[in-house]
Design a protein around this ligand. Structure first.
Ligand code: FES
Length: 141
């Protein structure tokens, strides 16, 4: 574990889990081409921007029998946003939609083993984009 200094000199602590999911993000779509292709076959998509930092998160889901079968994403966000959404995707895949909707940003941060306080908003992107993807899926039913 390391304690990296932020620009303003405050300590930033990243857990091993954050680092693992940042360096090896699960279910991420890395290129525009991958995202374009996946968006054609996904059942729902949601996009949000963070008022706190201006970063953007896009999530796609595939659903079968009310269960999240796949959850992929693309983000122009920071390391914490990537780690949060990576772990979030592993939490929702295989869950019923209603159960997945009950996962909060606080739960994401807890499973990650914590995030620096000024990075909490990064975990909110996953939650909000996922909710929009579910809304989009339901609209098309
Ligand atoms: Fe923008 Fe983390 S700082 S998502």
């Amino acid at each position: 574990m390391s304690d990296v200094k932020s620009k303003d000199g405050e300590g930033w602590f990243y857990s091993e889990k954050v680092k693992d999911h940042f360096f090896n993000p699960r279910n991420i779509l890395k290129t525009k081409k991958e995202a374009d292709e996946y968006s054609k076959e996904a059942d729902g998509e949601g996009e949000v921007g963070s008022p706190a930092c201006g970063d953007v998160m896009k999530i796609w889901i595939k659903v079968k029998d009310d269960k999240i079968m796949e959850c992929k994403y693309q983000t122009f966000g920071c390391a914490s946003a990537i780690a949060s959404t990576s772990i979030f995707s592993t939490m929702v895949i295989g869950s019923k939609i209603e159960k997945a909707l009950r996962i909060t940003p606080k739960d994401i941060v807890h499973v990650l083993g914590g995030l620096p306080a000024n990075k909490f908003h990064c975990s909110v992107l996953a939650d909000q984009a996922f909710k929009k993807a579910v809304e989009d899926y339901r609209k098309n039913q």
